[in-house]
Structures are given as C-alpha cells and as structure tokens.
Design a protein. Structure first.
Length: 385
C-alpha cells in the first residue's frame, strides 16, 4: 500500500508540475515574437507566402491551443489576384501528453472563422491550388496526425474559370473526429451562386455518416448520406473506387421533390410551365445505380410524378458518342395536363426533327393508358431507334 501511495503521489506531483509549467509558459511567453519564424516555416513548406496580420495567443486549458488572428496565404508567382486562403481567426488545439510521451500529434477540433478560399483555373487548365497539393503529396511519409474535428464558420469559396465564376457563401462545415483508416461524419451547408442560378443563390446542405475515404486506390464509401438543394431532397448510399483511372461505383438513390414547379422557379430555369396548376407537382424517385468507367446505369428505376408511375431502367453509355438507352413502362398519363398555355396567333407546333435526329437515344416507352383531350390510347408503345 505504501508503494502505491508513493507512486500515486509522485504521479500527481509530475502532473501538477506539468500543469504549472504550461501555465507559466502560456502566460509569460509572448507568441507574437515567433510570428516571423512561423511565416518562414509555412513559406518553406508550402512555397507560398504567409502573412499573419493578427495576434498569436497560447492557451493551456483544456488543450494546449494556439490562436491565430487574421492571416493570408498568398499565391505562387506569376499567379495574380486574391490570396489562395485568408481567415479572420483560427484555433489549433493539440493534446500535450501524447506529444510529450509518445511524440504523437493529436489535434483537437480546429476552428476557422471567416475563411475565404479563392480557386483559379487558367485557360490552360492549371489550378492555383495544384502546387500546394503536389507539395503535400511529395512531403514526409510519416503517419498523418489524428484530428478531433474541423469547423468552418461563415466561410466563402470562389472558383473562377473560363466558363464563369461559382461561389459558395454562408458556408458552414463540421467534420467529425478523423483518424487514418477510420470512418468519419461530415455536415455542411452553404448558398450556391452560379451564372445560371438566381441572384440570391440556391441553398445546399449535405450530411453524411460513417464516411470512409482511402487512397491507393482512391476509395469512397458513403453508407448514409443526404443532400438537399432548394426544395429537393436526395439520399442514399454508395461506394466508389478509382483504380488506374477506371472509376467504378454502386449504390442506392432516393429523390423527393414536393413540387417540381416550385423547384423550377427556385433554380431560375426559364421554361414555359403547363397551364394546369396541378401539373409538375410531387416527384418521388428511387433506384439502384452503377458506374463503370463513364457509363452510368440506373436499374431498377421507379419514379412517380403527379399521377403517373414509371418503372424500368435508364442508362448512359458515356464516351465521345454517348448513347442514352431506356426501357420504361408508365401506368397512365394525361398529356393535356402538361400542355403550355397557347398564345394568340401562335404558329402550329413543329417538331425539331433535325435536332432529334442528332440525339443518340435508343429505347422503348410503354404507356398502359394515355389521354390527350378526349382521345384515349391503351397499351401505346413508343420506340426510339
């Protein structure tokens, strides 16, 4: 018993001395004195200039934490424009005992407030982020540190290319605890802005549980995920592998849209809507998808739009001369409900035959009961060759 008491006493004294030393270090040492050294280390390892404009602070409880004020990570010459990354403040906590006893880096939840990420792609296809990724891939081969989590608050992302500018605003992200080879959770939401979308953008949210990512080959497993875009909700599961530039994947997909008509408006799509206000209402879709190379197939496929139920399969061959193929069966449909409003003195409808001939489509659509005005067709079969 005396040995046990002595051992516990010594351990308690060591812990107390460590805590006291940490308190003294964090209170007496001014981290701003090392700002220039930190900037030089980051510039050496990334090849990009780091400018810390805010203050550096150290905290010792409950984690040894480095707080960094406003800072900017610049671009590599000759790239011009906004900095690759900037933020208002960042918080980097580290567990001390694993670092001291085992020389193992265990990070807590990193939090970055007001981050602004600017990605550029030149006309030649080169991105301003690629040198940074290449440097990370060619760096040390030691095991990456475990991460207690990552939180982004009020961030923005801007991607600029020859095709236009895409922006994410009001970006919130929460990445759960991550360790190499173990699944993690991810939740994020933002507003998406693009040239074809409304000026206010479109709200997007994603949530995934038990996600797993690995490299060599690149593998992504998402057993539970959910995505919302405007009023559309998508959910499902999937597994994706890219081996020797030959992607393969499989999974299940469910789509729910309470009103297709409202979704068209929310996405800013310019199209003539049917006269019948009940048309283009609720949409429900489910299916099993598979990907091999650039070929995509959904089989089986079940979809319900308004009062019509479709079953069958749909496929896209991919490649330079991509072919759409399908075999679908509809129980009933009233085409009159989907006619656009007629205009006075409008010209008769002409099918764009030249455009239709250029489409690479092959398939069969069978309708058990089709109605147009007062006419009714039964067991109608449309074959596209």
């Amino acid at each position: 018993m005396k040995v046990l008491r002595w051992s516990l006493g010594i351990l308690g004294a060591v812990v107390l001395l460590l805590a006291l030393a940490l308190f003294i270090v964090t209170q007496l040492i001014n981290p701003d004195r090392y700002r220039g050294e930190l900037e030089r280390v980051v510039a050496r390892d990334t090849g990009r200039p780091l400018q810390i404009e805010g203050h550096l602070r150290l905290e010792w409880y409950p984690w040894l934490t480095l707080r960094i004020g406003a800072a900017r990570l610049g671009n590599v010459a000759p790239v011009r424009g906004p900095d690759l990354l900037s933020w208002h403040s960042a918080r980097l906590p580290v567990r001390l005992l694993p670092l001291l006893l085992h020389r193992r880096v265990e990070l807590g939840t990193i939090r970055i407030d007001g981050a602004h990420l600017h990605l550029w792609r030149t006309a030649a296809g080169t991105g301003n982020w690629q040198p940074l990724l290449a440097g990370a891939a060619g760096g040390t081969s030691s095991a990456p540190p475990s991460l207690g989590g990552l939180v982004l608050r009020d961030a923005t992302l801007q991607y600029t290319a020859a095709s236009g500018v895409i922006r994410l605003t009001h970006w919130q992200l929460r990445l759960g605890a991550w360790q190499p080879g173990r699944p993690f959770a991810l939740a994020t939401r933002f507003r998406l802005h693009a040239p074809t979308l409304p000026a206010g953008g479109v709200p997007i949210a994603f949530r995934g549980r038990h996600l797993d990512v690995s490299s060599a080959p690149l593998t992504l497993a998402a057993p539970h995920w959910r995505l919302t875009a405007a009023n559309a909700a998508l959910s499902g599961s999937g597994q994706f592998t890219d081996r020797n530039a030959q992607p393969r994947g499989t999974g299940d997909l469910t789509v729910r849209v309470p009103s297709v008509r409202a979704l068209i408006s929310q996405l800013g799509l310019k199209m003539r809507l049917p006269t019948n206000p009940a048309a283009l209402g609720r949409l429900a879709l489910s299916g099993h998808w598979s990907l091999q190379g650039s070929a995509l197939r959904i089989d089986p496929l079940t979809a319900q739009l308004d009062q019509t139920t479709l079953t069958g399969w749909l496929a896209h061959s991919g490649g330079a001369t991509a072919l759409w193929a399908f075999n679908l069966n509809a129980d009933r449909i009233n085409f009159s409900h989907y006619l656009p409003p007629t205009r006075p003195h409008a010209k008769p409808l002409k099918l764009p035959l030249a455009l239709l001939r250029k489409l690479h489509v092959r398939g069969v659509l069978t309708v058990q009961r089709a109605q147009l005005g007062t006419s009714t067709l039964r067991d109608a079969r449309l074959q596209v060759q």
